[in-house]
Design a binder for this molecule. Structure first.
Ligand code: CTP
Length: 478
């Protein structure tokens, strides 16, 4: 029994059980093995984690097979011979095995030349001191922390620092620039100045990284507790300009005739933070990020009046499609949701004015459908005035709009509503084939109901349709 020795990191019983198996398998194969990387970091921080990385001085794939064998007959091992890595899945855990290595990189690629190495070599090639800590699984010092770069101190001081010269670390693998910023945002840590300067100097090298990996890190920033931390670092490092330049176009305030507008970049960051306090939904956070994205393209100065951004909602919707495509984000429902929220983000605020009719409320409910709650979250997040009295008034007005929406929804059930006469019915009644007239008639009926001109019943809609059809010279065929 090895695992009854105390460990320098807190582990659950189940984790200790698996670590014992790994230690015994490594002992059998005479391979020194160590837990390393994110698992060690997260355990010390008390974060939940399901990924274990094990490094051994020797053949990692052989160790993985031996461990899988000791876990039971049916535990599969997936391995990648070229990289010398193997993965074992056991219950919830994903355990990654790799032989300790030394890496050297070439300028034009993030694929290193790899040679076998010692534990120290392997720790040297890691991205950050907090990710380079190891826990021994060897019998002689089982459970002890091997921390040559004082990662523990950096964890306590909440600092992100590279084990080696930072420019080397980032140039070797430029994805690490995104990772540094992601950890800073996720863990609320500070990147040491020297490392941040190296990111600024190496920012251009992000271009050799695939979009999928960039997007993956970007989304982790978006899902962090306060995404503005990471988004602002992306901007200040020069990475944002390369990966999402439309965001950088939002930066700054222009003054004319003594009139300025708000800095739309920092306003946007505030909106993302605000919405993040109320939802963990990545797509609602993306909607917040992109809600004003078309402001620079629609900006105009109207003498005597000030700055306007007419149409930034509609154009913003179009830009969402382009940005999602570039970021290789899902182009289906998720994209449609973000697009719709960007397009509709000005509507609820316009309903806070006085004398709003039921039909205006009904129309918004119809346009937003089931996404109305997400839209309201976005609009509330969009209130970033520093004036507390103003914020309070806006929020109260939104509560009134919510109450009105509830009333209208209860009486009309408009959210997922379909007009009582469909396109198929129109074609059958007038003997038409699909075409523009059918669409026009359908829209006219829908609009008349939404405007409250006619009641939401089949009979009323039918009568209205017959009347309307006359202007198209149509008469029913039966
Ligand atoms: N690593 C690295 N450089 C990278 C990616 C990873 O040096 N570009 C090293 C780090 O030591 C890291 C370990 O490989 O801790 C495991 O990487 P990964 O599982 O991607 O990240 P974690 O640190 O575990 O963090 P997370 O799970 O949050 O991504």
């Amino acid at each position: 029994m090895i695992s009854n020795k105390p460990m320098d990191i807190p582990c659950s019983l189940q984790e200790r059980k698996i670590l014992e198996k790994i230690a015994l398998a490594a002992k059998d194969l005479h391979l020194p093995a160590y837990l390393i990387g994110g698992f060690v970091r997260d355990k010390i921080l008390g974060r939940r984690t399901k990924d274990m990385d094990v490094v051994c001085v020797g053949d990692g794939i052989a160790l993985a097979h031996k461990v899988a064998e000791s876990l039971g007959e049916k535990v599969p091992v997936s391995f990648f011979k070229t990289y010398g890595t193997a993965q074992v899945k056991w219950n919830e855990l994903e355990i990654e095995f790799v032989g300790a290595r030394k890496e050297s990189y070439r300028q034009e690629s993030r694929n290193p030349e790899v040679t076998e190495g010692t534990l120290q070599d392997d720790q040297n090639r890691r991205d950050f001191t907090i990710n380079a800590m190891a826990i021994s699984l060897r019998e002689e010092d089982y459970g002890s922390l091997l921390d040559p770069f004082n990662g523990m101190e950096d964890l306590e001081a909440k600092i992100i620092r590279t084990p080696l010269e930072p420019s080397q670390t980032f140039s070797d693998d430029p994805l690490r620039m995104m990772r540094a910023i992601r950890f800073a945002s996720q863990l609320q840590f500070t990147i040491v100045q020297e490392a941040f300067t190296a990111i600024q100097e190496n920012a251009e090298r992000i271009r050799i990284i695939s979009q999928e990996r960039i997007t993956d890190e970007f989304n982790k920033i978006m899902l962090s507790p306060k995404p503005s931390v990471g988004l602002d670092l992306l901007y200040k490092s020069g990475l944002m300009k390369i990966i999402l330049p439309q965001m950088v176009d939002l930066v700054g305030v222009e003054m004319l005739e003594g009139k300025g507008h708000k800095d739309n970049f920092y306003h946007t960051l505030q909106v993302v933070d605000n919405i993040s306090q109320n939802t963990r939904d990545l797509w609602l956070r993306w909607a917040a990020l992109l809600h004003d994205i078309a402001k620079p393209a629609t900006k105009k100065f109207e003498p005597g009046h000030g700055w306007t951004f007419h149409g930034h909602d509609a154009l913003g919707g179009k830009m969402v499609t382009r940005i999602f495509s570039k970021f290789k984000l899902p182009m289906g429902d998720k994209m449609r949701l973000v697009k719709k929220l960007v397009e509709l983000h000005l509507r609820p605020i316009s309903l806070t004015k006085e004398n709003i009719t039921d039909s205006a409320i009904r129309r918004l409910l119809f346009d937003a459908g089931d996404d109305i709650d997400g839209l309201m979250l976005l609009c509330e997040a969009d209130i970033t005035s520093k004036n507390k009295v103003k914020v309070k008034r806006y929020l109260e007005n939104f509560e009134l709009v919510r109450a009105r929406m509830k009333e209208v929804e209860e009486s009309d059930r408009i959210r997922n509503w379909q007009p009582p006469i469909t396109g198929e019915m129109i074609m059958e009644i007038f003997g038409l084939s699909p075409g523009r007239v059918v669409g026009d008639l359908k829209t006219a009926i829908r609009e008349a109901i939404l405007d409250g001109e006619i009641p939401n019943t089949y009979e009323a809609a039918y009568a209205f349709m017959l009347e309307k059809a006359k202007s198209f010279n149509l008469t029913p065929v039966k």
